[in-house]
Write a new protein. Structure first.
Length: 261
């Protein structure tokens, strides 16, 4: 039996993943953006081993989320499920970052560095990440005209590269990225071709399975099969430059607490 923390799991893929893991006898720690969203899960929340609160668009709240998780105990796996697509404008977090970058890339990076190191890390990406190459010159969209599709693609490339970088740097951790497909979430819409159960299956499997096929690291997955990601994601120089820039933007480095080296 494993204990798994899942970000953004009051609805959509995160919630269905949590339900699947609970039904299989595992423990789950939920994340909700606010107390109101936590209350909305109702009886489902009572099945879980804890609910942590915080807006992933705020660095201070992300730090609080990490503290709440660490107070509950050591996680066996973390599924970085939460993500947004911001259409109208770049937006601005309390720290002045583009909101898509903050929620989709900066928050997973910070949580990875601040939560006690689990045995397994899973980052939700998208097939659209292949359109995000060439992002490091203006990571935070301070100079370019806002392009929501491009910003989303870049953020999903960043988490694949992060997963691969950690697989290389932390050999004791199984770190992978998952494309759940175009699923019927609030973001994907009711006409999306992938049902929620299919969309959540790979990340749940990677989080807890002892099958040899799941005990690997540094791979990009789609519907239980490994696929080839964008070239930059596998490029070690890109990975290292990205981690350096994420550290600069967040003030949290890869050598920070919780036994990291």
């Amino acid at each position: 039996m494993a204990i798994v923390f899942i970000t953004g799991c009051t609805d959509g893929l995160g919630r269905v993943a949590a339900q699947s893991l609970l039904d299989d006898g595992h423990k789950v720690v939920l994340h909700a953006r606010s107390a109101e969203r936590a209350a909305a899960v109702g009886a489902f929340g009572k099945r879980c081993s804890g609910i942590v609160l915080g807006d992933l668009g705020s660095a201070a709240a992300v730090g609080s989320i990490a503290e709440q998780v660490n107070a509950i105990g050591h996680m066996d796996a973390v599924i970085h499920n939460a993500g947004i697509y911001t259409e109208s404008s770049r937006g601005s977090t309390p720290e002045g970052h583009a909101k898509t970058l903050a929620v989709n890339a900066l928050a997973p990076y910070m949580l990875t560095m601040l939560i006690k190191r689990p045995r397994r890390l899973i980052y939700l990406s998208s097939g659209l990440h292949r359109g995000g190459e060439g992002s490091l010159s203006d990571l935070d969209w301070t100079r370019r005209p806002w392009d929501p599709a491009r910003a989303y693609a870049e953020s999903k490339l960043h988490v694949v590269a992060l997963a691969f970088a950690l697989a290389r740097r932390w050999p004791d951790v199984l770190s992978n990225a998952v494309d759940p497909g175009w699923a019927r979430t609030k973001m994907g819409g009711p006409g999306a071709p992938v049902d929620l159960d299919t969309g959540q299956r790979t990340q749940s499997w990677l989080a807890v399975s002892d099958e040899p096929a799941a005990l690997v690291s540094g791979h990009y997955w789609h519907h239980l099969r490994q696929e080839q990601p964008a070239g930059e994601a596998s490029d070690r120089e890109f990975q290292d430059r990205l981690i350096f820039k994420l550290g600069e933007l967040t003030g949290v480095t890869i050598s920070d607490p919780c036994g990291r080296a």
